[in-house]
Ligand binder design. Structure first.
Ligand SMILES: NC(=O)c1ccc[n+]([C@@H]2O[C@H](COP(=O)([O-])OP(=O)(O)OC[C@H]3O[C@@H](n4cnc5c(N)ncnc54)[C@H](OP(=O)(O)O)[C@@H]3O)[C@@H](O)[C@H]2O)c1
Length: 343
């Protein structure tokens, strides 16, 4: 089998393809011959050496990758739910950038009926993130107003779809005009193109009283304004800080990151009480031990996909060998939907 290994933090040249022994499943595990691998912005953070859970749980060298789709090659002792030859989707805590993955049987899902195998490779991370955000962290009141930053990205598309499916009003923010047409197909109530429009003036015009939920992975560039635009009892969901990183060059710009860190707002709990608002941070990759939450995402999302109310997220396929191109693309901030590596 082959896998992509990153020996130490750095640019695209650190994404090395290495040959290694085929995998053998232990009891309760399944080995999958991988056909597609979902790329996530987090993989860029891993390569740059700024992803905390990668440093804590794996170290260097590391094979990134949270999601794959393929065909079951072998099942370990005691596995009864899955059979050799079945097409499936798997989520893994790292090690997904490989031609084979070995995961516990509980980390496997059926390919949703409306998804191709390649589209399926790109759904677990972003839909788990969106589901976890909207259903494990907040109580969604009927007709909530939800503002989603980077709404045409992977997580943004999943958030937009789940929120619309549940009948809420969604404002999707995009950073470049070419993303508007893409986002329109998922039915947000308003799109704000912050490259051309005044983001907060437009957001206020749509909802002068503010928002119930704001989903923000930008970091310091919008975090404080997002907080200010919450309604009483509103919640700011924070799950990333991509504006601290560079869009090109492939390297960590320490000055940019340092300035971003210094400018990141600090929230005083007494202010949260008197403003009657909440700030919630989370990271799925630290959910290793919280199997109940993961399994809840798996079962509820399987039901949601079966209902046919969710459209597959459009993908850009890039060959496995061109992984550097995939990293460059997601890092540029220009991609829409999901990028999937094809083996
Ligand atoms: N905490 C968690 O559990 C968790 C899980 C999954 C993802 N995430 C985070 O959620 C965010 C989205 O992840 P994704 O994989 O779905 O990526 P994505 O949204 O497909 O791509 C990232 C988007 O962020 C914006 N962006 C990227 N680089 C930027 C920069 N340097 N400055 C400003 N804006 C930039 C761009 O959108 P616009 O220009 O249109 O805004 C870009 O399309 C990432 O920050 C990721 O780390 C967190």
């Amino acid at each position: 089998m082959k896998k992509i290994e990153i020996p130490s933090a750095g640019s695209y040249d650190k994404l090395k393809i290495v040959e290694c022994e085929d995998l053998t499943p232990k009891a309760g595990e399944v080995v999958i011959d991988v056909k597609g691998i979902g790329i996530n912005y987090a993989d860029v953070c891993i390569r740059l050496g700024v992803y905390e859970s990668a440093k804590k749980y794996v170290g260097w060298p590391i094979t990134p990758g949270f999601e794959t789709a393929g065909v079951i090659k072998e099942v370990g002792e005691g596995v009864t739910k899955w059979q050799v030859g079945q097409e499936v989707v798997a989520f893994s805590f790292f090690n997904g950038y490989a031609s084979q993955v070995c995961v516990p049987e509980t980390q496997i899902l059926n390919v949703p009926p409306q998804f191709s195998l390649m589209q399926a490779a790109g759904f677990p991370a972003v839909f788990f993130t969106a589901f976890h955000a909207l259903y494990h962290h907040v109580v969604l009141r009927p007709n909530s107003k939800i503002l989603v930053h980077s709404a045409a990205g992977g997580v943004g598309t999943a958030l937009t779809q789940l929120a619309k499916m549940a009948g809420h009003k969604v404002v999707g923010v995009i950073g470049s005009s070419h993303k508007r047409e893409y986002l329109e197909q998922f039915g947000p109530d308003k799109i704000i193109d912050k490259s051309k429009e005044d983001l907060w003036k437009e957001a206020e015009a749509f909802s002068p009283e503010g928002y119930d939920i704001i989903c923000d992975a930008n970091g310091y560039t919008t975090m404080l304004d997002s907080y200010k635009h919450l309604k009483p009892a509103g919640k700011l969901l924070v799950y990333g800080a991509h504006s601290m990183l560079s869009k090109k060059g492939g390297r960590l710009n320490y000055l940019k990151a340092g300035i971003g860190l210094l400018k990141t707002p600090k929230f005083n709990p007494f202010d949260l009480i008197s403003n009657n608002k909440g700030v919630i941070g989370f990271n799925l990759s630290f959910l290793f031990g919280e199997q109940d939450l993961i399994l809840d995402c798996v079962s509820k999302l399987e039901e949601i996909f079966k209902s046919g109310k969710i459209k597959p997220i459009p993908i850009t396929e890039i060959p496995f060998e061109e992984v550097a191109k995939a990293h460059q693309f997601i890092e540029s901030g220009n991609s829409v939907g999901k990028i999937v590596l094809k083996i």
